[in-house]
Ligand binder design. Sequence first.
Ligand SMILES: Cc1cc2nc3c(=O)[nH]c(=O)nc-3n(C[C@H](O)[C@H](O)[C@H](O)COP(=O)(O)OP(=O)(O)OC[C@H]3O[C@@H](n4cnc5c(N)ncnc54)[C@H](O)[C@@H]3O)c2cc1C
Length: 331
Amino acid sequence: MTDLMKTLHEDGWNRYGWPEAAGGLGGTILHRAAMWEALSRHGVRGMGPFEHLEILMPTLLAMGPAEFSAAALPAFLAGRERWAQGFSEPDAGSDLASLRTRATAAGHGYRITGRKIWTSWAAYARWCLVLARTGSVESRHRGLTAFVVDLQSPGVAVRAIEQANGTDELAEVSFDEVFVPAELVVGEPGEGWAVAMHILSSERGAFAWFRHCFLYRHLLGPLCCVDDNAAGDALLDLVAVTASSHTGIRSQEAGTPLGPAAAFTKLLLGAAEQSVHDTIFAAGTDLAVGTSDDEAAVLRQDYLFSRIVTVYGGSQQMQLETIARHVLRLP
Ligand SMILES: Cc1cc2nc3c(=O)[nH]c(=O)nc-3n(C[C@H](O)[C@H](O)[C@H](O)COP(=O)(O)OP(=O)(O)OC[C@H]3O[C@@H](n4cnc5c(N)ncnc54)[C@H](O)[C@@H]3O)c2cc1C
């Protein structure tokens, strides 16, 4: 994947859709959406460790330190540096506003101490967007600040988490008095919740477009000789994601985050991801551990991954909760 990113960058392809001021070639998210769709048709299986391009970078460019962000994007696009997102903690997942990682003012910056968990791709990342508490515990979401943390700083420890599907996406990251310069605050101090919501809007909304392109490829790919009816149902689930994530893409193009409505897209993506892999599984694809065929081994990994996709970016229950409270405004 790193080689692919390098080539796409050298030839300019993955610079389309990003602002010229940040090393891009101009255009909108539609360019990025079209490029990844084309790549998926030609066998690319996913964005893998580069998925934070579409989860974090729109927010970093909108709310992050301008000079730093303009330098960070080209390094990411060229495959030189990767990113991670440090929100969840051992005791703060669904209830993110209860997080305890603390940032204390120190000289011209802050010192961060605490522990993050389920941090995707942290073992490979140079940078992590960390949500930390700068206010009192009682201030909940009003007392949070977002920081860009260099994972090569003294005091950072990253421990990979062994996963059932054999991949090494997830990690635990601890911070022991890690210094972060004030220039690397994203948004305003104390307004980290707004930054987090901007990111989650991309992760639950537009990002589904990128992911579902690869699901089409899985469903209609060479290994999948599936029953027509089952494939039809899974295909319908994917079409629902196409329609819903298109709304996210369009709103991002217009510079307006989708907000809580992105929860609909995330729900649909979780359902589609599972029905696609259930269909492949039911068709008798050899998912047994020890299968040597590379393609089947990847499908097996993806099948197991599809069991947990209803959790990242907020669990299905929390998406329903968001829709009930913030979209339907139910009591
Ligand atoms: C593949 C994957 C990648 C991830 N990547 C990242 C990442 O890069 N960065 C990051 O910060 N986090 C990441 N996460 C973590 C993810 O955001 C959390 O797992 C998620 O928010 C749930 O938190 P939790 O695991 O603490 O579960 P809990 O919050 O303990 O929830 C456990 C169960 O209780 C339910 N529940 C909890 N509260 C309520 C409620 N009020 N009402 C109804 N039901 C409720 C939940 O729905 C869930 O089913 C990732 C997770 C996965 C699976």
